[in-house]
Design a protein around this ligand. Structure first.
Ligand SMILES: Nc1nc2c(c(=O)[nH]1)N[C@H]1C(S)=C(S)[C@@H](COP(=O)(O)O)O[C@H]1N2
Ligand SMILES: [Mo]
Length: 330
């Protein structure tokens, strides 16, 4: 997502970031069905029209890629080189996952729910389709939806048409696109995207801790105009309003500070949404010179962004503060 799109609370669909591990599958919506199977009382095969007849809900959800910020780490892990732009917000409309699971009826032995995507390929030499699981308690939370609309329009192919999971608060990998099956199992899911990828690891060979909820993070819309090559900014002297957004999967945003060359000031917070980023703004009286602007968010659980990127082998969970170089001219 181009950072100037931070000016929108709702990211226009074409500016929403994209992450696609394999190829975008070509799916015929008329013959596509969703299968609900495994440890359920009644196995179901449901078409899109039937899913659309279930009670619909729309949630405004901020999604961030777990690898966002990876390119700021050195050595950089060879995956998508996000600087800061792997985050966006959309209105997702669909049925509650809870309703679908209730229709199928989970058996008592069910421990995890696996969400299978239709896309496949190789990773680390292993052929597999993209799939992720949630434990039953996580999966039964009522904010999780199987979505067929994005920003009030049919889900586009690149965002998972005809149906995708949307798991608010979690890093993006949990929101499985091109959903084709939901499976209840009685053991920890061992698929590659669950058991091997998406773990915080300091070094190779470590087992690591799974990536789950989005860490507290914030960004500002870069002020002024950019320099093409360096992306440094040029602004006119005077009163400037710096605006941005902050989010955390752990707790509501409680505070955002704007730092100008190391001097911190409190930003004003916009009203908060339940599952989406919170807007903030701060005034800056800019006088000619060179500056570094920094923003730092804290959530109500007491988490604050670190000033330096936290080290991770795969570049996951980098919520280190954004630094924007600004030249103020007279
Ligand atoms: N089936 C499938 N689902 C997927 C992916 C994928 O490659 N295949 N990528 C995941 C990752 S890593 C992220 S960050 C989000 C991105 O969703 P978006 O492309 O709609 O922004 O989708 C997730 N769901
Ligand atoms: Mo991601």
């Amino acid at each position: 997502m181009p950072l100037e799109a931070l000016r929108h609370e709702l990211t226009p669909a074409g500016l929403h970031y994209l992450l696609v591990h394999f190829d975008i599958p070509l799916i015929d919506q008329n013959t596509w069905t969703l299968s609900i199977n495994g440890l359920v009382n009644q196995r179901l095969t449901i078409g899109l029209q039937e899913i659309k007849r279930l009670p619909a809900r729309t949630l405004r959800v901020t999604m961030e890629c777990a690898g966002n910020g990876r390119a700021q780490l050195s050595p950089r892990y060879p995956s998508v080189p996000w600087l800061e732009e792997g985050v966006s917000t959309a209105d997702w409309t669909g049925a509650a996952l809870f309703d679908l699971l209730a229709r199928a009826g989970l058996q008592e032995t069910a421990k995890e729910i696996v969400f299978h995507g239709a896309d496949c390929g190789f990773d680390a030499g292993v052929e597999h389709h993209f799939a992720r699981s949630l434990n039953v308690e996580q999966a039964m939370r009522d904010e999780i939806i199987v979505a067929y609309e994005m920003n009030g329009a049919p889900l586009p192919p690149q965002h998972g048409a005809p149906l995708r999971l949307v798991v608010p608060r979690w890093y993006g990998m949990a929101s499985v696109k091109w959903l084709r099956a939901i499976e209840a199992i009685d053991h920890p899911y061992d698929g590659l995207q669950q058991a091997r990828s998406y773990h915080f690891r300091r070094s190779l060979g470590e087992r690591g801790e799974p990536c789950t909820l989005m860490r507290v993070n914030s960004l500002m819309a870069p002020p002024g105009i950019p320099d093409f090559y360096t992306r440094k900014r040029v602004v006119e002297a005077g009163a400037i309003e710096i605006v941005g957004r902050a989010w955390s999967g752990y707790a509501p945003i409680a505070r955002v500070e704007l730092g100008v060359d190391g001097a911190w000031q409190e930003a004003r917070l916009d009203p908060a949404g339940a599952w989406c980023w919170r807007g903030w703004r701060a005034s800056w009286r800019a006088t000619p010179g060179e500056y570094e602007l920094v923003c730092r968010a804290s959530d109500a659980a007491g988490n604050t962004q670190p000033l330096e990127p936290p080290w991770d082998l795969s570049g996951f969970g980098n919520n280190g503060v954004q630094r924007v170089h600004v030249t103020v001219r007279a």
